[in-house]
Design a protein around this ligand. Structure first.
Ligand SMILES: [Zn+2]
Ligand SMILES: [Zn+2]
Length: 399
């Protein structure tokens, strides 16, 4: 039990609240994280968080982006946003930095049996207006002083040294840019350090994994946006981008890129959000990384999430894996409460990984990417490097 928030008592009411909204598989509130770790292993996880700066590289805590938004039928189908509660959980769980991702196209989305889909187009200026609303919410959030805004690796390390929970800004979907490249410098000025250029809506930048291709990958404007992001030092996030869009971005980008929340496909996988190892390598060969998401694609328990992470390490190398949970806006999450954050390092350490290896996954690799984007230098010495990691592979069979 967490001594600060006594969270085992509070979890019951959260579960009750979420049960009213069980019709949609999007994350609602807390689902207990079930994994067998001993008290000693859990203590090792907590101790790890004190020693190393950790980052969740893609998250929507409490669905903050929906607070104060026009109510769509999709938003109405979800439990109300719970940003303040999620921030408390971040503080309580000892998470170092959480990348808060605004969502460009949420006003267009509707849930179907196969996932989310954009069901209409934006009116001119609508995407930008909603972006401004979401940024105002984030500014109010950091105005409370509970979370410190960090913009580079040294600020992440400093926040960790001071024991101060921190947030970095990102946005999922480049729709808000419309056709105005100057909005990228505006976003940078406001603290945005990564943009998932394409989300569920086939936007002005390029094609998504979950819809038929319209642009054949990236549009001409999309290519200019990639170049401008390189110039400014904003990380290019290709989660949701189609294979062709990812390949074209990899050809153009002078900087390492990332898939902030994309798991690897198995031979039996069918979900279009999962990516092949070859798709992942388009990015890892730029020196970039793949964030393992806790979404319930091909995994239904936290234990399986740990296996997902270990398999990813074996497929693309220890230097190219990170954690991008996608809390609290994802499909059937197997991890949904930051108060359990220490269970991730605890479970990886318990599977035989060394401290320094876990530190790369939980933050170090992402800090390297931020440095490369800021300095404008490609980390070629690491690009495509396949670093093996120590862990107990005997338990990977059959999962
Ligand atoms: Zn996503
Ligand atoms: Zn997301």
């Amino acid at each position: 039990m967490c001594l600060i928030c006594s969270w085992h008592e509070s979890s019951t009411s959260n579960e009750e609240r979420s049960s009213d909204h069980a019709a949609f598989a999007i994350a609602q509130t807390h689902v207990p994280t079930l994994i067998k770790v001993t008290a000693k292993e859990r203590a090792a996880g907590n101790e790890f968080l004190r020693r190393w700066p950790t980052v969740d590289i893609h998250s929507h805590p409490g669905r903050f982006f929906m607070e104060g938004a026009p109510v769509t039928p999709f938003a109405e189908s979800l439990a109300p946003p719970f940003t303040d509660e999620a921030v408390e959980q971040i503080c309580c769980g000892g998470v170092g930095t959480v990348v808060f991702a605004a969502v460009s196209d949420h006003l267009l989305l509707e849930a179907s049996r196969d996932g989310l889909q954009a069901i209409r187009e934006f009116a001119p200026g609508e995407a930008y207006r909603d972006y401004r609303r979401q940024m105002a919410r984030l500014q109010r959030l950091i105005g409370t002083g509970t979370l410190r805004l960090v913009r580079d690796s040294s600020e992440i390390r400093e926040a960790h040294r001071l024991g101060q929970p921190a947030c970095m800004f990102s946005i999922e979907g480049g729709d808000f840019i419309e056709e105005r490249l100057e909005r990228l410098s505006e976003a940078y000025q406001e603290g945005i350090r990564s943009i998932t250029i394409i989300h569920y809506h086939v936007n002005q930048i390029g094609d998504t994994q979950t819809e038929a291709a319209v642009h054949g990958g990236l549009s001409a404007l999309g290519r200019r946006i990639v170049e401008e992001m390189n110039r400014l030092g904003i990380l290019i996030d290709l989660s949701h981008a189609s294979l062709a869009a990812s390949r074209q971005a990899a050809e153009i980008s002078s900087q390492p890129m990332l898939f902030s929340h994309s798991n690897l496909r198995k031979s039996t996988s069918t979900h279009p959000r999962l990516i092949s190892v070859e798709h992942a390598r388009l990015v890892t060969e730029t020196g970039g990384l793949v964030g393992a998401t806790s979404a319930g694609f091909d995994q239904s328990t936290f234990e399986e999430y740990i296996v997902t992470i270990l398999r990813m390490v074996d497929a693309v190398g220890i230097e190219h894996v990170a954690i991008g949970t996608d809390l609290d806006f994802t499909f059937k999450p197997v991890f949904s409460d930051y108060r359990d954050w220490s269970l991730i390092p605890a479970a990886l350490l318990a599977r035989g990984m060394h401290d320094a290896e876990v530190a790369k996954i939980l933050g170090g690799n992402f800090l390297r990417l931020l440095d490369a984007a800021r300095d404008g230098s490609v980390t070629r010495q690491i690009a495509g490097a396949y670093g093996k990691a120590t862990h107990d592979r005997s338990k990977l069979n059959g999962t």
